[in-house]
Design a protein around this ligand. Structure first.
Ligand SMILES: Nc1nc2c(ncn2[C@@H]2O[C@H](COP(=O)(O)OP(=O)(O)OP(=O)(O)O)[C@@H](O)[C@H]2O)c(=O)[nH]1
Length: 131
């Protein structure tokens, strides 16, 4: 993928199609591509199986996906972008990611300590223009 997609990346969502085993099998190459672009290995990453509403067409069993997620230290979510009543809601998945990002944010030393060390979150960066 084009180099600039990997600039200023703070989190990665790997999505596969639960009804398409080939999409699941392509995950290692996406993970490798992230490594090649020097994305820090500790940035929040999650694995999402989409189209869980198509029950009779599922090709990727949950236990297989869970093993893969465990191997790569990622939480697994199974969802349907089409049917909001199915399994994990897309909003809930992104809320989880937002929480992970918040707790991942590095802390920096703020004041010289007198009787302790005060840590505060890094100041927010200036707005970035994505155009
Ligand atoms: N049943 C179902 N269909 C979905 C879901 N998500 C996407 N689709 C359908 O899958 C088709 C492709 O969706 P796109 O958003 O174009 O995704 P894509 O990655 O470009 O294409 P695919 O690889 O074909 O899934 C569309 O017809 C969507 O309506 C889902 O969760 N459930």
């Amino acid at each position: 993928m084009v180099q600039h997609y990997y600039r200023n990346v703070h989190a990665v969502v790997f999505v596969y199609d639960m009804t398409n085993m080939a999409s699941f099998h392509s995950l290692p190459s996406w993970i490798e591509e992230c490594k090649q672009h020097l994305l820090a290995s500790d940035i929040p990453r999650i694995l999402v199986g989409n189209k869980c509403d198509l029950r009779s067409a599922i090709q990727v069993p949950t236990d297989l996906a869970q093993k893969f997620a465990d191997t790569h230290s990622m939480p697994l979510f199974e969802t349907s972008a089409k049917n909001p009543n199915d399994n994990d809601h897309v909003e809930a998945i992104f809320m989880t990611l937002a929480h992970k990002l918040k707790s991942h944010k590095p802390l920096m030393l703020s004041q010289p300590p007198d009787d302790g060390i005060l840590l505060k979150p890094e100041p927010k960066p200036a707005m970035t223009c994505w155009c």
